[in-house]
Design a protein around this ligand. Sequence first.
Ligand code: 3HC
Length: 311
Amino acid sequence: DTAALQEQFNATIAADHRIEPRDWMPEGYRKGLIRQIAQHAHSEIIGMQPEGDWLLAAPSLRRKAILLAKVQDEAGHGLYLYSAAETLGADRADLTDKLIERKQKYSSIFNYPTLTYADVGVIGWLVDGAAICNQVPLCRSSYGPYARAMIRVCKEESFHQRQGYELLMTMMGGTPEQQAMVQDAVDRWWWPSLMMFGPPDDDSPNSAQSMAWGVKRHSNDELRQRFVDMTVPQAEVLGVTLPDPELALDPETGRYRFGPIDWSEFKQVLAGNGPCNDERIARRRAARDDNAWVTEAATAYAEKHAAAVHA
Ligand code: 3HC
């Protein structure tokens, strides 16, 4: 009966063991996971766009090869995540439709434009750096398929972060114009990167339940603080200034204090009013609609093949 199943589920969570697709789980756990995993998958797929914009304008063949590999990795991350969502009974085509109809979210960060090649480096350093901070603890998430997907995603994100930092180091060793491009990109991406971690803890409706179920392991503010502490010394080595006059080491805690985040900007981006929301969704819609014939042909072929195997 349900009470016994619930008890078994609670015991699995309490023992810090993993919940697997065939295990019984409360409906809220399933729905919450589909929400988070789908949003995460959409972020990876939409996240291909801002950097993909530079594939044809990379400054050298080496940079183009690196960027191509990175954008391709993001497509792979999207696929693992959609597959993880499917183990919970979600349908991938349905999730894509919900993204295009704006019924499901994707990360706020991908609604900002990439204005110069320095943005490619800053996305690697700050955006992928923030993604790692947020996702490493998800390797211990209570849902098995999600946690296992995160292990590979984090390894690849770690390469992404380093290529970004290496690109920025190279530019900082270049001309004053190149150095100015890096500083400008840092100025534009710093605050949106802090917003990636989500609203402050006292305004985060999903956190308490998600942490009780072991889906999330740390709160939004905790991970944001961890990211700031990790990044400030890297900015010093790079030779850039982070655009926050209140940023300062607190000698008592050994952690960096930082200025207030503009949550009204975050809310505007979530409401669909960021600089690139319309463009990002329009491209996904075009990709779905223009390529529908490929999906139909592949589906017809697969059905024919399956029928032949069973004949
Ligand atoms: N962008 C868009 N929406 C956000 C957001 C953000 N940065 N942060 C929070 N939200 C949304 C939440 O989804 C939630 O909306 P919903 O209830 O309608 O789904 C609402 O704001 C309130 O936030 P909560 O803190 O209550 O939500 P969560 O407990 O789910 O925490 C989260 C938010 C920390 C983003 C968590 O979902 C999470 O850790 N997700 C997994 C990681 C992820 O999705 N990362 C996206 C970036 S992927 C990336 O950068 C890879 C790159 O290399 C391409």
